[in-house]
Design a protein around this ligand. Structure first.
Ligand code: FES
Length: 69
């Protein structure tokens, strides 16, 4: 689903950016251009960002840890 119409940014693109390390709106702005033009998307982009960060945290909790040597 498109989140930012001005820049053609989807929720999937935001989730991928979070997987790559984005964790603030500032990061989404610099890497995807979210909310750089009209700004109408900012609130929704923030919601997707927060959901993606929660998902990332939960996913990382259940990944196997490398052995400690
Ligand atoms: S919809 Fe994102 S800047 Fe306009």
């Amino acid at each position: 689903m498109y989140i930012c119409i001005c820049k053609g940014v989807t929720d999937t693109a935001i989730r991928e950016a979070v997987c790559q390390g984005a964790d603030r709106m500032r990061d989404l702005k610099s890497c995807l251009g979210v909310s750089e033009q009209c700004g109408i998307c900012a609130t929704h982009a923030q919601e997707v960002l927060e959901q993606a960060l929660v998902q990332k945290t939960h996913t990382n909790q259940f990944l196997p840890r490398p052995p400690a040597y």
